[in-house]
Design a protein around this ligand. Structure first.
Ligand SMILES: [Zn+2]
Length: 172
């Protein structure tokens, strides 16, 4: 699961480095205490703790506290929440697709005009309101062919769809 590109980029956004992904690998393997994880990975104990709490804040890890009857010390046993990873990736893929499709529709159903100096890019309606004059510099707005933008959006949509498909296959 952790090698899936979507899972990996989600985890890296929280854990910052590839090395820290080892913390999640430990949790998945059932190694649940900060000390054990530090020992297994060679990552310093205070960093292990810091990143466990970051996972916790992101909703991707939870812990159980138990008291050692002899030493009276508390032990925290951590668990990785795979369900939540699946939820987050599902929701964010759906949101990204929705936004990209809206953008695509907007590009396909409008004509665009730009300032040659790059100040504005406006659709036909907004450009006519300004009488095709850039409000920033007074230059005349010129027609902007958006075929490339449309192609790029279609490619992006395909990439997001494919990544999500391959993720969905892995979690089944
Ligand atoms: Zn301008």
């Amino acid at each position: 699961m952790i090698d899936d590109p979507l899972v990996k980029s989600l985890l890296l956004s929280i854990l910052e480095t590839e090395e820290n992904l080892e913390i999640v690998k430990c949790l998945i393997d059932g190694i649940g205490t900060d000390e054990e994880i530090a020992e297994k990975t060679g990552i310093k104990l205070n960093f292990v703790r810091k990143f466990l709490y970051k996972l916790y804040d992101a909703g991707l890890a939870s812990y159980k506290r138990s008291k050692d009857p002899e030493t009276q010390w508390y032990t925290y046993s951590w668990k990785f929440d795979e369900e939540e990873v699946i939820n987050i990736i599902k929701n964010s893929s759906e949101l990204t697709l929705k936004q990209l499709n809206e953008e695509l529709e907007n590009e396909e159903s409008n004509m665009f005009f730009i300032c040659p100096e790059g100040h504005y890019r406006l659709n036909f309606e907004n450009s006519s309101e300004l009488e095709f004059i850039c409000p920033e510099c007074g230059e005349e707005l010129i027609f902007h062919d958006n075929a490339e933008i449309i192609e790029e959006l279609k490619r992006d949509i395909e990439i997001v769809e494919n990544n999500f498909k391959s993720f969905s296959k892995k979690i089944k």
